[in-house]
Design a protein around this ligand. Structure first.
Ligand SMILES: Nc1ncnc2c1ncn2[C@@H]1O[C@H](COP(=O)(O)OP(=O)(O)OP(=O)(O)O)[C@@H](O)[C@H]1O
Length: 276
């Protein structure tokens, strides 16, 4: 479904954010992208939808090679990518339904969407999706009256309204509590299975990645250093991705010591979580 071939990104500042990353993500597969801060995870996701222009390499979505597309062709290709990004935040003053319908913007002209004239089948589908993500009772609520988890559900419904082939998901659980984080990841996983959707999820939480992804990609300093199954993540692989750390020791519970969520992933926790 999505193929990256020797994808490389060097920013104007000289930062080499990605080096020769080659990947093949089939339909229906949920892939978690993990790695330390600055490893290139966001850059990789943004190179797929070309919010960031790759320096070298190719990106294929099905048969379409994305890096060579004109802006007009790109707009069309982006309809096939559902984006669940933090900065694609909801429009607070609009209702849940209006936010979901805005996912259809790529298909309809500005005036039509401005006047909120959406085809009947699109409105029906929006109702269906809101029911599926558990928000039937919130359709007329304003977005700014929702909790973080509910907002993320609206974002998911909005992304799905355009019937994408792939979901590009950037830090979906960054500001959510542990239970809501699990619910959101489970929902994404279920929806991908139901719709044979591929997903790439940039996620810092290794435990969540292990629980809900079919495959884990580890990036370090822009290079792909691990590509395997969630249960293959052991101390040696975590060290390869994040660097040296005693992965078998529980984190210090001293509240005065700042916890680094990227590195404090003890193996004992990982194993315990994986067994749930
Ligand atoms: N717009 C930019 N201009 C210049 N350099 C950038 C830009 N965006 C990212 N970088 C650099 O590219 C590298 C990869 O950054 P990126 O944001 O992709 O990493 P990340 O793995 O997503 O990090 P985090 O987990 O902290 O979000 C870093 O060295 C970063 O400083």
């Amino acid at each position: 479904m999505l193929i990256l071939k020797q994808l490389t990104k060097r920013y104007n500042t000289g930062d080499k954010a990605l080096t020769d990353v080659t990947l093949n993500i089939p339909a229906g597969q949920v892939t978690a992208l993990i790695g330390p801060s600055g490893a290139g995870k966001s850059t990789l996701i943004r190179c797929v939808n070309r919010l960031v222009e790759p320096t070298q390499g190719q990106v294929f979505l099905g048969e379409t090679e994305l890096t060579g597309l004109s802006q007009r062709q790109l707009r069309k290709a982006r309809r096939r990518m559902g984006m669940i990004f933090q900065e694609y935040a909801l429009i607070d003053r609009l209702t849940v339904m209006e936010n979901v319908l805005s996912g259809y913007l790529g298909y309809t002209g500005f005036w039509r969407s401005y006047l909120r004239r959406y085809p009947q089948h699109v409105i029906k589908e929006a109702f269906r999706l809101l029911e599926r993500v558990g928000l039937s009772d919130f359709i007329d609520k304003r977005a700014d009256e929702l909790s973080g988890g509910q907002r993320q559900r609206v974002g998911i419904a909005r992304a799905l309204l355009q019937s994408p082939d792939i979901l590009l998901v950037d830090e979906p659980t960054a500001s959510l509590d542990p239970k809501t984080s699990r619910q959101i990841m489970r929902l994404i996983k279920e929806l991908c299975a139901e719709r044979q959707l591929a997903a790439i999820i940039n996620i810092h939480d290794v435990q969540l990645a292990q629980l809900y992804a079919d495959r884990i990609i580890g990036l370090r300093a822009g290079e792909l250093v691990f590509d395997g199954l969630p249960d293959q993540l052991d101390a040696e692989i975590l060290t390869r991705i994040y660097g040296e750390e005693d992965w078998n020791t529980l984190p210090d519970t001293d509240a005065s010591e700042e916890q680094d969520s990227e590195t404090a992933v003890p193996m004992s926790n990982l194993m315990r979580t994986a067994a749930l």
